[in-house]
Write a protein that binds this ligand. Structure first.
Ligand SMILES: C[S@@+](CC[C@H](N)C(=O)[O-])C[C@H]1O[C@@H](n2cnc3c(N)ncnc32)[C@H](O)[C@@H]1O
Length: 267
């Protein structure tokens, strides 16, 4: 018997429209499909491609922690991997971006000598770059899970862009979840010395279908604790100002090299 395989794909944020032809064909051709997607239309689209498709989103049971729910999803994937020649698991967005279930299932499947592959997809961050006109290469871009960022007091550079994922669930490990107001306040206090209270931040949610607009709320940092967030919200904090050249490096550089670098690279 040929080796079993686990193929993990993403369907993008707008299932069907964002989905690559390769991911679509992998869903269509699999012996069994499992999926975790945000909305019923996306689920129906996957189920139309492959009648074996089964939703793991039914495992989001009120009262459980998200950690417990994710562990149950991984268990279910592993049960199916052992029974299926080619299992395809589809996630919304990019399957490797803030997706514990995908990474953990792949790790465990590798231990069982299963062929494992992940196919990339359009993530919420790709839409954010497009909708907000942000180039992550311009000044750098830092990306953290919001609760982890707060709890660990992550050190960051305010002159690079900052993305905080799961801002709408900050401080809430349960299900269903919402932003904990005390944690939003603490986060704001943590950020304020670096940016000042008036620095504009953006609560962003990409459109889930081609006929809707993204939700883009710009507000001063000081107003973040009162802001409305959802489970699909990502916080974008733009750099506090332009990058500055390090005088210590300048001292060490040959004058010709310096002239070339300052005329070209900081644009
Ligand atoms: C568990 S992560 C999954 C991310 C997904 N794998 C991706 O590639 O976009 C969930 C977080 O992704 C972000 N997210 C998901 N959908 C989004 C959307 N439509 N717009 C903006 N951010 C979104 C939010 O920060 C949300 O809390």
């Amino acid at each position: 018997m040929s080796r079993r395989s686990l193929i993990v794909v993403g369907v993008g944020i707008r299932a069907g429209v964002d989905t690559t032809p390769e991911a679509r064909e992998l869903i269509r051709g699999a012996d069994k499909v499992l999926h975790v997607v945000g909305d019923p239309l996306a689920a129906a689209w996957i189920e139309g491609l492959n009648p074996t498709a089964e939703s793991l989103a039914t495992m989001y049971i009120g009262g459980a922690t998200r950690e417990e729910i994710y562990a149950a999803m991984v268990d279910k994937i592993m049960v199916c991997v052992r029974r299926t020649r080619q299992l395809c698991v589809a996630f919304y967005g990019h399957p490797g971006v803030f997706c514990y279930v995908a990474h953990e299932a792949m790790r465990l499947a590798r231990l069982e000598n299963v062929i494992v592959r992940m196919v990339p997809a359009i993530s919420a961050v790709d839409w954010l770059f497009a909708d907000l006109g942000v180039d992550p290469g311009a000044q750098g871009c830092q990306s953290y899970e919001a609760t982890t960022f707060l709890l660990c007091g992550c050190r960051f550079d305010p002159y690079a862009a900052l993305l905080l994922w799961q801002i709408g669930a900050i401080g809430d490990p349960g299900w269903p979840c919402s932003a904990n107001s005390q944690c939003l306040e603490l986060l704001t206090e943590y950020l304020k010395p670096h940016y000042g209270p008036h620095h504009e931040v953006v609560i962003y949610e990409a459109a889930w279908d081609p006929v809707s607009d993204p939700s883009i709320t710009r507000l001063p940092l000081a107003e973040l604790p009162q802001a409305h967030t959802t489970l699909g919200s990502t916080l974008f904090v733009p750099p506090r100002g332009p990058l500055r050249i390090d005088p210590q490096v300048i001292k060490k550089l040959d004058q010709k090299v310096l002239a070339l670098l300052t005329s070209r690279s900081l644009k």
